[in-house]
Each structure stands twice: as structure tokens, then as C-alpha cells.
Design a protein around this ligand. Structure first.
Ligand SMILES: [Zn+2]
Length: 460
């Protein structure tokens, strides 16, 4: 059977796969600092062409999209694989054991910025397509690849890009590999993502720093303004107190309730991936909080003097960066408005700025979608275990673009190890997980092609 030849080809070409990934990681592509992104786009397009896929670098208002296509038959099922070739800034550099853009293999993992998030994962789709071409002529589906260059900066141009190229991107399903597997290493399917809204709160007191003895108690302290304001937003248990905040949270359907109750949970193993001893909560609470509840996070606080020696001032300004994680069907526009109203009522001297990074909407595909079972069986065929279905990943991806702009549902199948250290020093991708990813992509192409031929999948 062709699929067996494809898997054998993948096994026989592990060395080439690793070299391709190393080369891609060597090219920095830090969207936040505009370092090397356009060079990386050109490199990635060359890599696609080298693997038999027609590719172009398509400009947007900001960073370019690398678009690839492998057409088999206009009547065949069309899968669009989404990924991002930009990476997070590597700082703090001193915490890396080997330099972030000099990929190095240690203990069965490839270390380097972007290995797991997301270069290794997007490359798995490309290498799977290539294996099909080499071992069996062509994959049984049409493939489209959209690799964007600024996911780590909030994907500001993805929605306009998809709108502009709607006809060209037409597909039956969007397939996304980003993020990590279950901490046990077991495969997962992720049906959604939380959204995110970044804001900065700015408080101003006097027009200069003041002596905290001579003026203390009289001059306004902007740090206290923010502390008081923040404490009215979230209670000590994490419940958000902003009026109307939970209004649009989508209730769970019956299948979703069942999946939530079946999620497995090991507080020690899960805690270990965060550098904690254990987690003081039960499994339902854990998964509900990460997948299905919004969260208001304080990212950082900037004010006053914390340098060496004594300096006693009432600072003139204070700034707090917040990211708000949203769940379906909340929208960033509505939440921003509610946040602004809350601040205006409680502490009108504080300014709310949309600053730091862009906004992404939440999105969640129904577990009843027929492609979910097809993809689950394909993963089981490769990994020997049925994947657990995660209703929603805690992190944010621009997945809402697919149903809202392109009119196509999305399924996420992460390929990285849970301790990939994405966004942190010593980011890494387990080589076994990388090769597994190539096998899974190849099998998913087969399974979707088969199911579509049997007309058991919805088409556009
Ligand atoms: Zn990331």
C-alpha cells in the first residue's frame, strides 16, 4: 500500500529531515524585532520548492506569507496547513546552553529558537507531502500551505491576507500544528484556542518624582492607583469582577461536557512541565480554567526605583501590562469596551492603551465535526494510541480567521513535546516527536483523502 511506502520513506530520510530543520532554525526570524523575517520567508519558499511544492512569498502590509500549493485534482479534498515561521525573541541569551540560532542536538532533542514553535511543526507537513511525492506519486488530497511571519506578534495581517486571497485559499479544512502534546507524550487533538487581548494601563501622578518623606501622603502615587484598580478587576480566586465579562462565554454542549469529564490529569506531571511541585486543584478545575475560562493576567509592572542603594521617591508614573485570555464566543472588541468602562468608573485617572501586541479572537470547533474522528483514527494508526481531544488550547492562535473569514473549520494537532520551552530559553523539539509529526501528517493526508472519497466528510 502507498501509505506504507510513504512511512518507510520518512523513516529512511530522518537525516535529511533533521538537516532541513536545522537550516531553517539557523535563519533568525524574530518578528517582534524585525530581525531576519523576510530572509527566512525566502529561505522557506526555496525549501518548499526544493521539496516539490510550488511556493511564493506573498507580501502583506507587514511581514510576508509563504504560500505553497500541491494540487492533485480540483475535485479532491483540499487541506490547508497553517503554520508560522517567525519566532519569539531569544532573550535572555545568558540562559541558553547553546546559542539560540545555532541548532544543537542533545539527549534526543534539537535545541534552538523556533525548533518547536513553529518551524519543526510546519516542516513536518512539508516533509510529509514530499514523502508522498517521492514514495507514492502524490498525496491523496490537494494541499495548501499558509506559513505566516508574525504569529508571535499577534498576526496583524493574517485576516486581511486571507480576505485578499479568499478564492485561492479555498479549502475543506484547516490543519494547524502548534503547541505541545499531553505532558505524558500522548497525542492530542486541539479543537480551539483562547483569544488574547493585550492592554497597557498607565497611571500618572505628579509631573516629576517626589521625595516620599517631604511629599508622602500628599502627592498622588500612581502605583497605588494601579494596585487599587487591579484589585477591583479580579478576586483572590481568579474570578473576574468586570461587569458583563462572562456574558458571551459559550456554554458547553453535551459532547463537550463528556470530553471535559474524561480528560486525564496528573497534578505532579503537569506541575513538572511548569517547574512546580504540584497543583492544588482537581482535573476538571484544571482543564476548565485552561480551556474554557477567561483569564486576566498581569504580565509586568513598571514603576519607581528598584536599583541598588536607597532612593525614596513617590514615582510620577506607573505602567502595567495585561493580557486577557478569552474563550468562545467572547470578542476582543466587546471585552476592551468593558475594560475601558470599568477603568473609567473605578479610577478615571488611569489610561487604557491597546499596546504591547495585537488581539486575537477565540475560536472552538465542535467535537461533533466529522473530520475530528477521521483525524483521530489517523493519529491512532501512527502512534498506537487514540488521541485525547482537547476542547481548546490555553494559548492563542489566529484560528478564528478560518471560520470567520475563510468559512472553513480548523483542527489542531500539536506535534511538540510538552516541555518544548517555547517562548523561553532552551526551546527544544524532541526528535522522536518531530519524526512522529511527519508520519502523522502523512497519515492524515491519507485518511482525509479516503474519507472524502467515501463522501463521509463535509465539503466546501
Ligand atoms: Zn509561540
Amino acid at each position: 500500500m502507498s501509505i506504507e511506502r510513504v512511512h518507510r520513506y520518512i523513516d529512511d530520510h530522518r537525516g535529511d529531515a533533521l538537516e532541513a530543520l536545522k537550516e531553517l532554525v539557523r535563519q533568525p526570524s524574530i518578528s517582534a524585532q524585525d530581525v531576519g523575517v523576510k530572509e527566512c520567508a525566502r529561505h522557506l519558499a526555496d525549501l518548499l520548492r526544493h521539496h516539490g511544492i510550488a511556493a511564493e512569498v506573498l507580501p502583506t502590509a507587514t511581514q510576508p506569507v509563504v504560500y505553497g500549493e500541491l494540487r492533485r485534482d480540483p475535485a479532491a479534498y483540499t487541506l490547508l496547513c497553517y503554520g508560522h515561521y517567525d519566532v519569539q525573541p531569544p532573550e535572555p541569551l545568558e540562559l541558553w546552553e547553546t546559542p539560540p540560532f545555532e541548532p544543537a542536538v542533545r539527549d534526543g532533542r534539537l535545541y534552538g529558537r523556533g525548533t518547536a514553535d513553529n518551524k519543526g511543526q510546519l516542516l513536518a507537513h512539508v516533509l510529509a507531502a514530499h514523502a508522498w511525492l517521492e514514495a507514492a506519486g502524490a498525496p491523496p488530497v490537494n494541499l495548501k500551505f499558509v506559513f505566516e511571519g508574525e504569529e508571535e506578534s499577534g498576526s496583524p495581517s493574517l485576516a486581511p491576507f486571507v480576505r485578499t486571497h479568499r478564492a485561492r485559499l479555498a479549502a475543506d479544512l484547516v490543519y494547524v500544528s502548534d503547541g505541545g502534546l499531553h505532558p505524558s507524550g500522548a497525542p492530542v487533538i486541539a479543537l480551539g484556542n483562547r483569544g488574547v487581548l493585550g492592554i497597557t494601563l498607565v497611571a500618572r501622578g505628579a509631573d516629576r518624582d517626589n521625595h516620599s518623606g517631604n511629599k508622602g501622603g500628599v502627592a498622588p502615587n500612581p502605583v497605588w492607583m494601579l494596585v487599587h484598580l487591579l484589585s477591583t478587576m479580579v478576586d483572590p480566586g481568579g474570578r473576574i469582577l468586570i461587569e458583563g465579562f462572562y456574558d458571551h462565554v459559550r456554554p458547553l454542549g453535551a459532547a463537550e461536557e463528556r470530553l471535559l469529564a474524561a480528560m486525564d490529569y496528573d497534578p505532579r506531571a503537569f506541575a513538572a512541565t511548569m517547574g512546580l511541585e504540584t497543583l492544588p486543584m482537581d482535573g476538571i478545575t484544571y482543564w476548565r480554567r485552561i480551556m474554557l475560562e477567561p483569564y486576566v493576567n498581569i504580565n509586568g509592572f513598571l514603576s519607581g526605583y528598584v536599583g541598588p542603594g536607597a532612593k525614596t521617591i513617590i514615582p510620577s508614573t506607573a505602567e502595567c501590562r495585561i493580557d486577557i485570555r478569552l474563550v468562545a464566543d467572547q470578542t476582543t472588541g466587546d471585552i476592551l469596551q468593558k475594560m475601558r468602562r470599568h477603568v473609567a468608573q473605578v479610577e478615571p485617572r488611569v489610561q487604557v492603551l491597546e499596546r504591547g501586541f495585537g488581539a486575537m479572537e477565540p475560536s472552538r470547533t465542535s467535537p461533533d465535526h466529522p473530520a475530528v474522528g477521521v483525524v483521530a483514527r489517523a493519529i491512532e494508526a501512527c502512534r498506537g494510541v487514540r488521541p485525547s481531544i482537547i476542547l481548546c488550547m490555553g494559548g492563542s492562535l489566529p484560528n478564528a480567521v478560518w471560520p470567520t473569514v475563510l468559512g472553513v473549520d480548523h483542527i489542531g494537532v500539536p506535534y511538540a513535546n510538552a516541555d518544548e520551552n517555547n517562548h523561553a530559553p532552551n526551546e527544544n523539539l524532541s526528535l522522536e516527536r518531530f519524526y512522529d509529526g511527519i508520519h502523522v501528517s502523512a497519515q492524515v493526508f491519507q485518511a482525509l483523502g479516503d474519507a472524502a472519497a467515501r463522501r463521509t466528510l463535509p465539503r466546501r
